[in-house]
Design a protein around this ligand. Structure first.
Ligand code: HEC
Length: 188
């Protein structure tokens, strides 16, 4: 009996030890990498859905879209009035607004557009010196941009300079649209 027990225990310990060896170290996060990213190189972090929400159900009737925005824990540390620290990543899911068969927008009981199909996912992140290679007239501080299709892997065909052009006037808000709305909602 004793022998069997010892064998079982040895086998268990071996399993634990081997299991430990077989485990790959987790991929370094964007904010931990010394690497500099340029537009289009920024990967979509696969855990972004577990991050704090930046804003939910952003209504874009002009584009027939509903958007969901997330911010990573590093960015979440930011207080109103501050710029976001290096290592901040924001992710924006762009959904087609739901439509009835006749093309009229579908609305929920609260009068809001409802989310249809996920179309694209945009990413913005900043790191020390990341903006240096960008021409000054297009520089958005140290933010860089990527846009993916709904699978989160296929690059969308967007010209990433258009991202810069539209976010550029938001310099006073660290290039983030809805900066005030976010901090006001968080405070309330
Ligand atoms: C015509 C203007 C315009 C262009 C072009 C644009 N954006 Fe934005 N972006 C916005 C607005 C406005 C918001 C805030 C959410 C909203 O109202 O839809 C936003 C929000 C975002 C956010 C969420 C964080 C934040 O700043 O609020 C990300 C990420 C983002 N955009 C990425 C991109 C990427 C990537 C591109 C280029 C492929 C791009 N944007 C092009 C206007 C623009």
């Amino acid at each position: 009996m004793k022998g069997v027990t010892r064998e079982v225990i040895t086998a268990m310990m071996l399993t634990i030890a081997l299991g430990g060896c077989a485990q790959k170290p987790p991929a370094p996060k964007v904010e931990e990498q010394a690497q500099k990213y340029s537009d289009g190189e920024l990967p979509l972090p696969d855990n972004y859905k577990s991050w704090p929400k930046f804003l939910s159900e952003v209504q874009r009737p002009d584009n027939k879209q509903v958007r969901e925005i997330y911010i990573n824990p590093t960015g979440y540390e930011t207080k109103m009035g501050e710029a976001f620290p290096n290592g901040t990543i924001t992710v924006m899911e762009i959904y087609k607004a739901g439509e009835a068969a006749d093309g009229t927008p579908l609305k929920g009981p609260d009068g809001k557009l409802v989310k249809g199909e996920l179309q694209k996912i945009g990413v913005m992140a900043k790191g020390a010196g990341w903006g240096e290679s960008v021409p000054p007239e297009l520089r958005n501080g140290d933010w860089v941009y990527s846009m993916y299709m709904a699978d989160g892997k296929t690059k969308a065909s967007d010209d990433l300079n258009t991202c810069r052009g539209c976010h550029l006037p938001l310099k006073d808000k660290d290039y983030i649209f809805r900066y005030d709305e976010y901090f006001q909602k968080r405070a309330s």
